[in-house]
Design a binder for this molecule. Structure first.
Ligand code: NAP
Ligand code: G4F
Length: 353
């Protein structure tokens, strides 16, 4: 079997490549040109995969890759995936995350219509939720340009299935994390900061809304669900979630607590991290995936947070073996000056105690 993965340099792309290699797949990964290579997450499998240059903004590159490689399966994981950036760069987010899906589907129609297609849809589409828990039939109410773009990608995937008979599925995945998660997402930001604080490399971390609730699972479990969706007789859409929800505050409690710290001594609230519109509560109902795909998540929330804390602690203390090679070391205090916030003219910082 031959699989094309877009977004292979990202968190999910790297775990999916690991999984498909273990199943004997030949893998082609599409990467966009950059002045500096960004292959940290796939360094350990570089010699087992083929990387080709392409971009979701460039239809001709997509069609050429598909003709040259002729995949059996296409996993479209590439996207501008960070929600706050979608308010700062709404047009680019629409180009990558929404229209990029159409470009890929049109290229498949031209070059390899028999290929099975997976679209990385998101629980962000539920936004201001209309139902608790959220399932495949729950109406969407996206709350960010990212969420709106994902709704477009979701429906254009369904439309390709209904209009042209493509085997095109959309996986509605709730938040999934890992030691390979980008440092700007809240789980990794917290686990990395907790480890850094424990090691005396910084004293506090600034966050935004501690009240929002997410259904957090382990990325390694979620890529298995993607693969299962493409092995079914018919193309259908699935919610992938744990069915449990936790506040950002709980994440802080578990992460800092694992290192014998109290998050209230180290977390500050900075209004620059509060979003113009928030998704307050996400909790998914994975019953369909369980019944039809035989999929269940293996890693609990607490196990996930501890796995990430320990990985970051090993990384920062220089004790990491293999993982040191596969994850770039970035000191958490550099995040305080980074671009993961929405800058406002009236920044306010508040300490918890
Ligand atoms: P990620 O770590 O941010 O990775 C995104 C990938 O997309 C990177 O490989 C990036 O390449 C690539 N990319 C971005 N723009 C591109 C373009 N124009 N052309 C080609 N490649 C481009 O995201 P992730 O967490 O792995 O998520 C994978 C997918 O699942 C995304 O579509 C995301 O929106 C969706 N999703 C994620 C979650 C989650 O909780 N992780 C939940 C639901 C849905 P560079 O390395 O060059 O930046
Ligand atoms: O970790 P986050 O940035 O993830 P978010 O916005 O839920 O999006 C992620 O999951 C989606 C699936 O639902 C994916 F589609 C998407 O691509 C991405 O992977 O934020 C989680 C929550 C939010 O409520 C945010 O307001 O954490 C809150 N938060 C509080 N302080 C923070 C921070 N988020 C970030 N990134 N940084 C903070 O300092």
């Amino acid at each position: 079997m031959r699989a094309l993965i877009t977004g292979i340099t990202g968190q999910d792309g790297s775990y999916l490549a690991d999984l498909l290699l273990s199943k004997g797949y030949e893998i082609c990964g599409m990467v966009r040109r950059s002045s500096l290579e960004n292959f940290g997450r796939i360094e350990h499998i570089r010699d087992q995969i083929t990387l080709v240059q392409g971009d979701l903004l460039d239809s001709s590159s997509l069609e050429k890759i598909l003709r040259d490689f002729s995949p059996d399966e296409v996993y479209n994981l590439a996207a501008q995936s960070f929600v706050p950036t979608s308010w700062e760069q709404p047009i680019l987010t629409g180009e990558f995350t929404a229209l990029g899906v159409t470009r890929m589907l049109e290229a498949i129609r031209q070059a390899c219509p028999q290929a099975r297609f997976y679209q990385a849809s998101s629980s962000e589409m539920f936004g201001k939720v209309r139902e608790v828990p959220q399932k495949e039939s729950t109406p969407f109410h996206p709350r960010s340009p990212y969420g709106v773009s994902k709704v477009y990608g979701h429906y254009i995937t369904i439309n390709a299935r209904e209009s042209y008979g493509l085997f095109a599925v959309s996986g509605i995945l709730f938040n999934h994390e890992s030691p390979r998660r980008g440092l700007e997402f809240v789980t990794r930001k917290v686990t990395h900061a907790a480890a850094s604080i424990k090691l005396g490399m910084q004293s506090y971390v600034e966050l935004g809304n501690l009240d929002s609730r997410r259904d957090w699972g382990f990325a390694g479990d979620y890529v298995d669900a993607m693969w299962r969706m493409l092995q079914q007789e018919t193309a259908e859409d699935y919610v992938i979630a744990t069915g449990q929800t936790h506040e950002v505050r709980d994440l802080c409690k578990v992460a800092f607590g694992d290192l014998g710290l109290d998050y209230r001594d180290h977390v500050r609230i900075n209004t620059d991290y509060i979003r113009p519109a928030e998704v307050d509560l996400l909790i998914g109902d994975p019953s369909k995936a369980k019944n039809r795909l035989g999929w269940t998540p293996a890693v609990t929330f607490e196990e996930l947070v501890r796995m990430m804390v320990r990985s970051d602690y090993d990384l920062l203390s220089g004790r990491a073996g293999q993982s040191k090679k596969t994850t770039k070391i970035v000191r958490a205090d550099s995040l305080l000056k980074s671009t993961d916030k929405i800058i406002s003219p009236k920044t306010k910082v508040e300490v918890l105690r």
